[in-house]
Write a protein that binds this ligand. Structure first.
Ligand SMILES: [Zn+2]
Length: 153
């Protein structure tokens, strides 16, 4: 179903072996390990819960202009859903800010090479408001919860 390829600038990436229409599920997430705290490959699935997803989901690279967003599935894991039409042999990407409130493990420059690149991989808390508005239906729900809690302060 998927092809792992060396992207040269970002290490390995996950590429499609078929096309997807907007709204289709591209990858199904499965939680394989609970973690004590945040980690560079951890997924944050609640305000204080960090997990590892299955390998294929873990290998998906960040983009500041991604083709996938996140939806929580019945098991509580994150599926990747196409937020635009995706061609065959296209790299599957999502924005790490859709999943993690803060990203502190990536000091280096972002290599996504999209037109909208923010220059650095950031978490949800550092996203500009227009990006939050664009992503709002495609992010881990706890991120929206944190924002609404802070509005009440
Ligand atoms: Zn970028």
């Amino acid at each position: 179903m998927y092809i792992i390829k060396d992207t040269e600038i970002k290490g390995y990436g996950v590429f499609t072996s078929k096309s997807f229409d907007k709204g289709e599920t591209v990858l199904v997430g499965k939680i394989i390990e609970e973690l004590e705290s945040n980690h560079s490959h951890a997924s944050q699935v609640a305000i204080d819960r960090f997990v590892f997803h299955n390998d294929i989901v873990r290998m998906v690279n960040h983009s500041c202009e991604p083709n996938c967003g996140i939806r929580v599935n019945e098991s509580g894991a994150h599926d990747f859903i196409a937020i635009k039409n995706i061609d065959i042999d296209e790299e599957i990407t999502f924005d790490y800010a859709m999943r993690n409130y803060s990203v502190e493990h990536f000091d280096h420059q972002c290599n996504c090479s999209s037109k909208e690149c923010r220059g650095k991989i950031t978490g949800w808390k550092d996203l500009p408001q227009n990006k939050k508005d664009e992503y709002v239906s495609w992010v881990a729900p706890y991120l929206i919860e944190i924002d609404s809690l802070q509005l009440q302060d």
